[in-house]
Design a protein around this ligand. Structure first.
Ligand code: FES
Length: 139
């Protein structure tokens, strides 16, 4: 509250920066959702009714603890607004493009556009049965 020269009292709210709400655009579903900063990408998808899994992986996934490599998304835009690839992702996605992410290991810090269930996202390399066997025997 301040008093002007004319004796009028003016009420003015303190200037508080308005927080921005990150928006996740799910390209294939034609859907976009707002989320809190730092939101988990897999959980945000599920909360919006978007399925991050393909086929049998709906039954055969780890539930978001980074152990199955089946929740792959392709980042179309906004890679800089996501958490960096985790060590788990480096292993599971070693033979995938750099813009492929495990949604359960990814935090959203700003606007992003993703493609769920991308072609070749799951079922080869380190997140396939062959890949798992290779890593077990060290080849
Ligand atoms: S749900 Fe299993 S690694 Fe993401």
């Amino acid at each position: 509250m301040s008093e002007s020269d004319a004796g009028q009292v003016s009420l003015s709210a303190p200037k508080i920066p308005c927080p921005t709400v990150p928006t996740i655009r799910f390209e294939q579903e034609g859907q976009q959702v707002g989320c809190i900063e730092g939101a988990n990408l897999r959980k945000a998808a599920l909360d919006a009714g978007i399925n991050p899994y393909k086929g049998l992986n709906n039954l055969n996934n780890c539930g978001g603890v980074g152990q199955c490599g089946t929740c792959v998304v392709e980042v179309v835009e906004g890679m800089q607004n996501l958490s960096p690839r985790s060590d788990v992702e480096q292993v599971y996605l070693a033979d995938r493009p750099a813009n492929y992410r495990l949604s359960c290991r990814t935090s959203v810090n700003g606007d992003v556009t993703v493609r769920t269930r991308p072609q070749g996202g799951v079922g080869k390399g380190s997140n396939s049965l062959v890949g798992a066997l290779k890593s077990l025997i060290g080849k």
